[in-house]
Ligand binder design. Structure first.
Ligand code: TYM
Length: 347
């Protein structure tokens, strides 16, 4: 049986990249899982705190994300849905992992390097050997906490987007290091496998050289799961493509066009092969592609948006789901922690 774990930061409403790269896969895995598979999905507030957050906004985002997860089809009777910060086992395990994780590994994380480069206004390569640019320890240790999230449940499979690949590699390194340092009857931790969708990397609609992200200043660069049809239409209409006539799937030379095809393939035809999607646009232009894409995205988000609007007002219900999830998460991870404490000599 598989143990499937994943997480999302409560930093605003998820966008189409989050959905097509990860969240849609959570739902798909849930709906195709065998009865013995376990699923856990966490809203990772501690990770959000590694960058400055407005407390009021964070509070709202925590609840909104829970409502979004339920709205897209996560079933709390089938999957454990919970707030990371409701289960202190994550931070306890993270501390123990901190004590076996070489700092050099963390310095090589591209997320850290790019934050460092931004904070010091220099290239990623140059930033490696200079001081920490005034960044905080939490940001540096972010991937260790992520490893603890996953391994607290001894998860075997982690559905995430492409941008989490390096974090997952580090998670396996930490699991392996713990297994070597603290041997028992059997290896305590599995080496978790990353699960990707064909649309594992959705690009910004305004700058197709970078990924769609929650933090890009230009809000038209991303489509939020709660955007109304008119907003979706405007954002797709203004999406940057290229001036090459016709439609072909060529991610290297035509990243903007390729991105639109990737999104269409993912949302319209349940992960139709993107080349096939492109094949249907031979002899057509960007206008036709954008029109069909708008319809497909509007259709994709219609039901989730309606459900979300309804759910977000049901705060009592959401609290109840969060509490039930927290209890299950705590007791589920406690089994791991008892063994961890024993192996390291703290029991
Ligand atoms: P977060 O909150 O940034 O994103 C949530 C999920 O969305 C995926 N994603 C994308 N996929 C495709 N294209 C994009 N443009 C795009 N942008 C985001 C992310 O890969 C992710 O799967 N560190 C994680 C949260 C986390 C976690 C964990 C994940 C904490 N602990 C344990 C898995 C397991 C993050 O920041 O995700």
């Amino acid at each position: 049986p598989r143990v499937i774990f994943s997480g999302i930061q409560p930093t605003g409403i998820p966008h189409l990249g989050n959905y097509l790269g990860a969240l849609s896969n959570w739902v798909k895995l849930q709906n195709t899982a065998s009865p013995s598979d376990e699923l856990l999905f966490s809203i990772v507030g501690w990770h959000a705190l590694t960058l400055p957050q407005d407390p009021q906004k964070l509070r709202e985002a925590r609840m909104d994300i829970l409502a979004v997860l339920l709205a897209i089809g996560i079933d709390p009777d089938r999957a454990v849905v919970f707030h990371q910060d409701h289960n202190p086992n994550h931070t306890e395990l993270a501390w123990i992992f901190n004590c076996i994780t070489p700092m050099g590994k963390l310095r090589r994380m591209t997320t850290w390097k790019s934050r460092l480069a931004t904070s010091r206004n220099m290239g990623e390569e140059d930033a490696v050997d200079v001081d920490d640019g005034g960044l905080n320890l939490g940001l540096f240790a972010y991937p260790v906490l992520q490893a603890a999230d996953i391994l607290a449940y001894r998860a075997t499979h982690v559905p995430v987007g492409d941008d989490q690949t390096q974090h997952l590699e580090l998670c396996r390194v930490i699991a392996d290091q713990f297994n070597r340092n603290f041997k028992g009857m059997e290896k305590l931790f599995p080496l978790p496998i990353q699960l990707n969708t064909p649309s594992k990397r959705i690009l910004s609609l305004r700058d197709p050289t970078s990924k769609m992200s929650k933090s890009a200043p230009d809000t038209s660069s991303r489509i939020l799961l709660t955007d109304p049809p008119s907003t979706i239409a405007n954002k797709i209409r203004s999406a940057v493509t290229d001036s090459i006539p016709g439609i072909t799937y060529d991610p290297v030379n035509r990243p903007g066009t390729a991105n639109l095809l990737t999104i269409l393939a993912a949302c319209n035809y349940d992960n139709e092969d993107v080349q096939e999607t492109a094949g249907r646009y031979v002899g057509k232009n960007h206008g036709a592609l954008k029109k069909d894409l708008t319809e497909a995205v509007v259709e994709l988000l219609k039901r989730p948006r309606e459900k979300f609007e309804k759910l977000r007002t049901e705060t009592g219900y959401l609290e109840q789901i969060a509490q039930a999830g927290a209890e299950k998460a705590r007791s589920r991870s406690e089994a791991t922690m008892v063994e961890v404490r024993k192996r390291v000599g703290l029991a």
